[in-house]
Each structure stands twice: as structure tokens, then as C-alpha cells.
Write a protein that binds this ligand. Structure first.
Ligand SMILES: [Zn+2]
Length: 224
């Protein structure tokens, strides 16, 4: 399960890794927390139109990677807070879909870090541990038949404390195509500019590895 702040963050952070996991037979589900309706510098576009465009772009990108299902929570962009309601929303989904792995954004980047990213990472982590795990956390969810679930590992993208580099050499092209679906975000770039930027970024992430292109994460294994 990928818990992502905005449409496009999952592809930027983990698109190559997700495509590789999918080719290995894993099922991936996206949970997109906000509608991305502030993600533009175009003063003429209205918020509702942008939210619709970004959902379509997200669906197209997910299709390129082979993501099985996309759930839109549709919170307003720049509007996420660490609330009991948001946490429970994520716990509910974790208990319904029962993922082995959760992939999200690292909440612990210092200084400038988009508030929605910080909060998504924080709330996703709390939802995994301990709230989805413990049967006494939400008696009402138990009554609905949503039993506790133990996630096995969390991958945080955009981490300043990388401890895991994932080989995306074989799926880089899918990441690039998926990211290209987010035209409202990358449409201003010249052809090849996106590819060149991405390639440089992922080459440098693979510097210490014996493969060519990597995505970098902080991975936490959750002991059971
Ligand atoms: Zn974002």
C-alpha cells in the first residue's frame, strides 16, 4: 500500500520500485491523501478543475505502472492535519487491505518540507504502528469486522537517512512514462529534460551499488 500526499508523489518517490514489485507479482494499491488542487502556478485554472485533472493524471500514471487500485481521500491540498479522523481513515484502509508493506513519504526531513508530506508520513506511520496493530485501538472498527493487522515493513521515500537502495534499472522507463502522465506538473519541461533530470538523480542514488539506477529509502522492518 502506497500512502501518498499528492498525485505524482508516489511516482517521484517510488515509481521504479513499485513497477519492479508489480512485475514480481505483487499487488499495489494507492491511497492518495489530497486532491492536489493547489499544485499549480497557473493563476487561470480553478481548484475544482485542477483536482479533476490531477485525478485523471494519477489514474493514467497508476495504469502505466500496473497499480491495481487507486483510492482518493480528496482532502484539500495543503490541508492535511494530524487528526484522529485522518489517522483512523488510514487505519481503516490498512485493516481492509492488510498490506505486507507500506510505502510513504519520510516525515523527518529537516527545514523546508511540504507540510502535507510531513503529515502524511507521520500519520501513515502512526496508523501502521500501533493503531492498525492493536485490537483495543478502535473497538468500533472491530465491531465492523476490521480486525487488527500487522504491517511487516515501511519504506519512506525522500529520506535524509537512506538505508535501502532499490534497483530500478529495468523499470526506469516505466517510472519516466508514469511521471510524464502528470502533465499539470511536468508539462512545462522540455522533451528529454524530465528524463535527464531523473536519470541523474537515480544514478547518484545508485552510486554505492552494483546497479545503475536506484530509488533510495529509509526502510523500517516491524518485528512481529
Ligand atoms: Zn507532494
Amino acid at each position: 500500500m502506497v500512502i501518498t500526499p499528492h498525485p505524482d508523489d508516489a511516482e517521484i518517490g517510488a515509481g521504479g520500485t513499485l513497477a519492479r514489485w508489480i512485475s514480481d507479482g505483487k499487488s499495489i494499491i494507492y491511497v492518495v491523501c489530497t486532491n492536489g488542487d493547489k499544485g499549480t502556478s497557473d493563476a487561470d485554472i480553478n481548484l475544482e478543475d485542477l483536482a479533476k485533472i490531477r485525478e485523471k493524471e494519477q489514474m493514467a500514471a497508476a495504469k502505466v505502472l500496473g497499480v491495481k487500485e487507486v483510492i482518493f481521500l480528496r482532502h484539500p491540498d495543503q490541508g492535511l492535519e494530524d487528526t484522529p479522523e485522518f489517522r483512523k481513515e488510514l487505519v481503516r484502509l490498512i485493516r481492509i487491505y492488510r498490506p505486507e508493506t507500506v510505502v510513504t513519504t519520510d516525515p523527518y526531513r529537516r527545514y523546508l518540507w511540504h507540510r502535507d508530506h510531513r503529515i502524511t508520513g507521520q500519520v501513515a506511520m502512526d496508523a501502521v504502528f500501533p493503531y492498525a496493530r492493536d485490537h483495543l485501538s478502535y473497538p468500533d472498527l472491530m465491531e465492523e469486522g476490521l480486525n487488527p493487522h500487522k504491517v511487516g515493513e515501511i519504506f519512506f521515500w525522500a529520506s535524509e537517512d537512506v538505508n535501502y537502495r532499490s534497483d530500478i534499472t529495468g523499470t526506469f522507463h516505466l517510472k519516466l512514462t508514469a511521471l510524464g502522465c502528470h502533465k499539470s506538473q511536468v508539462g512545462h519541461l522540455q522533451p528529454n529534460e524530465l528524463e535527464e533530470r531523473l536519470r541523474q538523480r537515480h544514478e547518484s542514488m545508485a552510486e554505492k551499488e552494483d546497479f545503475h539506477l536506484a530509488e533510495a529509502f529509509h526502510r523500517v522492518e516491524i518485528l512481529r
